[in-house]
Ligand binder design. Structure first.
Ligand code: ADP
Length: 611
């Protein structure tokens, strides 16, 4: 992280720099102030020392009492040599009002003209003003000096008799001053060095926790919420770290809640039976669940480089994104479409973002093929029932009317008409009975009395019931199974008898005169098979799967003429399935039909209860 920032961009170095500058400025100000103060102090103390030396005692008074200083030159010289207690760095001279140096601690100056060797202006100011005067100057050899002039013997009009002229060498003071400057520079360098070290350490204590927080934030951006920032202090940074940890916890919790919700939603979408598609306005798939992919025959690789419209082209134009957006202009809409032999219902609506802008379309698809088939079957069934009932009723009504119109008087006609009415009434009766039975089975209201029974015995007892009809058509009924065999099945005898009778009577009905009908029983694999085959008219391949449908008849007129209702095989199928068995038809048009009923064998528990 830190490596990405420049030196000047790092907070740590900025803190060090600020420390450094602060200390530098303070040190400069302090050192300038102290050196100046020291210099001024030294100057003042030099001046005071010299002034008090000159002005104390009777030195000035004695001098002012001389009329002519030059006359007392030697005396004055001796006095100053005796009394002058300073070293070589100060020099004291006595100058008269003619600016002649009368005496001096520097004997070279004695007798010289002050205007040539001394500072004339300060001398003039003092002598004329009668007041002490001073000035700074530089002697040859670059020696800094202070000129102090004390006038004496003032006449009260600003004219003095002479003056005590002191020149003090300031080299020591200036040397001390410049020496102290060096000391301050050393001190400053040392202080700055210490500041830098302390700055680095202090800034580290500030920036380290911030770096910790930054590192944790970076980890969090990659989804790692496992680590906490260590809270080292209770100050502002400590509180920042504390708050950050709290934020991490809350964020972790919220994110895991969100991901739980997401995975829950994904699981729901994955396993829901309905298809769901979410498409962006650009045509890109946002989501498509496995059900939708299966329904619309979409492969995962199709999604990679195809838009919604390209993929859905096969389902029709009214499924294009444009059409869906148009359809959902005023809210959710619905539609149906056919695809590869299936019928689908779909609901769709636009989805929006937080600011209410359209983002795309969500489409929910339901396979309604079976539902529609069922609906169609129900409508067909009602139509069939009405039709089947109406036909005999019409016949009954028209014959009854003809009888009433006078045909009753012709006995033979009347008898034949009444026979027709009787037959039609029987047919209606059969139809209503069949319908009632179907309804009972459908609604599971049929009472089954399952008992272990011998199927060969049952067949043996059924055959005589249809023998007459077969004989009437000169058909040969061949019993191929061993009539004494004992094959036990757990069945409702009446119902299975009904099934066998139906199959046998169908064989007789749909086999021409002189035909052959074989009945066989085969045992094996835990099942018993009852096989009825004929060499009758047969059923075309296309019709075979439909003969178990209610009211389906290959040849309606023929079936009706034979007294069939078209419900026999569908009832048979339901009865057999209720016994956990199967019923199958194999047939060849014009050659014959083979019906196989397969029933599970009973688990034998001895001979008791078998009839
Ligand atoms: P139906 O009362 O018309 O006989 P079914 O349900 O028993 O009704 O049979 C349905 C249809 O199946 C019949 O109408 C007939 O066309 C056909 N079918 C049934 N059994 C045979 C068979 N053995 N040979 C030829 N066609 C048959």
């Amino acid at each position: 992280m830190q490596g990405k920032h420049s030196w000047s961009g790092s907070m740590r170095w900025r803190i060090v720099l600020i420390y450094f500058l602060l200390v530098f400025i303070v040190m400069v100000v302090v050192s300038v102030f102290i050196t100046n103060s020291l210099e001024t102090y030294q100057m003042d103390s030099l001046r005071n020392k010299l002034t008090s030396t000159v002005e104390k005692g009777s030195f000035l008074k004695t001098l002012s009492e001389y009329d002519n200083l030059l006359n007392h030159q030697e005396e004055i010289q001796d006095t100053i040599i005796d009394t002058w207690e300073f070293g070589f760095s100060e020099e004291l001279s006595i100058v008269d009002d003619n600016f002649t140096i009368v005496a001096s601690t520097n004997e070279n100056l004695t007798g010289e003209s002050a205007s040539e060797v001394l500072n004339t202006s300060v001398l003039t100011t003092a002598i004329m003003g009668g007041k002490m005067a001073e000035a700074d100057g530089v002697l040859s050899g670059n020696i800094p000096v202070k000129h102090l002039v004390f006038p004496f013997g003032s006449d009260g009009n600003g004219q003095s008799k002479g003056a005590v002229y002191i020149r003090a060498d300031l080299s020591d003071i200036y040397d001390f001053s410049s020496q102290s400057k060096y000391i301050f520079i050393y001190a400053m360098v040392l202080a700055l060095l210490i500041t830098a070290i302390l700055g680095v350490l202090t800034s580290k204590s500030i920036t380290d926790p911030i770096n910790d927080v930054t590192k944790q934030a970076e980890r969090m951006s990659y989804g790692d919420f496992s680590q906490e920032v260590v809270v080292k202090s209770e100050d502002e940074i400590g509180r920042l770290a504390e708050m950050f940890n709290l934020l991490r916890e809350k964020l972790d919790f919220t994110l895991s809640e969100m991901s739980n919700e997401k995975s829950k939603l994904e699981t729901i979408l994955k396993y829901m039976a309905d298809g769901l598609l979410a498409v962006e306005l650009s045509g890109r798939f946002m989501h498509i669940n496995p059900a939708a992919m299966q329904m619309l025959d979409i492969l995962p690789e199709d999604l990679e480089d195809h838009t919604y419209d390209q993929i859905m082209e096969k389902c029709g134009k009214h499924l294009s994104l444009e059409a869906l957006l148009k359809g959902s202009k005023t809210g959710g809409a619905q539609d149906t479409f056919d695809f590869r032999g299936s019928v689908f219902a779909m609901r769709y609506d636009r989805f929006k973002n937080e600011s209410g802008q359209d983002m795309g379309v969500i489409i929910l698809i339901q396979d309604i093929t079976e539902r529609q088939k069922l609906e169609n079957m129900q409508t067909d069934f009602v139509a069939n029932v009405s039709h089947e009932l109406k036909t005999p009723l019409t016949t009954v009504k028209s014959y009854a009317e003809t009888l009433l119109d006078g045909a009753i008087d012709d006995r033979d006609t009347a008898i034949s008409f009444l026979n027709i009415i009787d037959t039609e009434a029987d047919r209606m009766n059969r139809l209503v009975k069949d319908l009632l039975q179907l309804s009972r089975i459908d609604h599971q209201r049929e009472r089954w009395s399952m008992k272990e029974s011998n199927i060969t015995a049952l067949l043996k007892s059924v055959i005589p019931k249809i023998e007459l009809s077969a004989r009437q058509k000169q058909q040969h009924l061949n019993v191929l199974f061993d009539e004494d065999a004992k094959i036990l099945v757990n069945i409702d005898k009446d119902r299975i008898e009904q099934v066998i009778l139906n199959i046998l009577s169908n064989a007789i009905k749909y086999t021409n005169e002189g035909g052959r009908i074989d009945i066989d029983v085969l045992e094996g694999g835990g099942n018993v098979k009852i096989i009825v085959s004929d060499n009758g008219i047969g059923i075309s391949e296309a019709d075979i799967p439909r003969v178990f449908e209610r009211f389906y008849r290959v040849d309606k007129a023929r079936s009706r003429a034979m007294g069939g209702t078209g419900l026999g095989l569908s009832i048979a199928k339901q009865i057999v399935e209720e016994h956990h068995g199967t019923i199958a038809i194999e047939s060849q048009e014009g050659k014959g039909t083979k019906v196989t009923i397969s029933l599970p064998l009973a688990i034998r528990r001895g001979q008791r209860g078998i009839d």
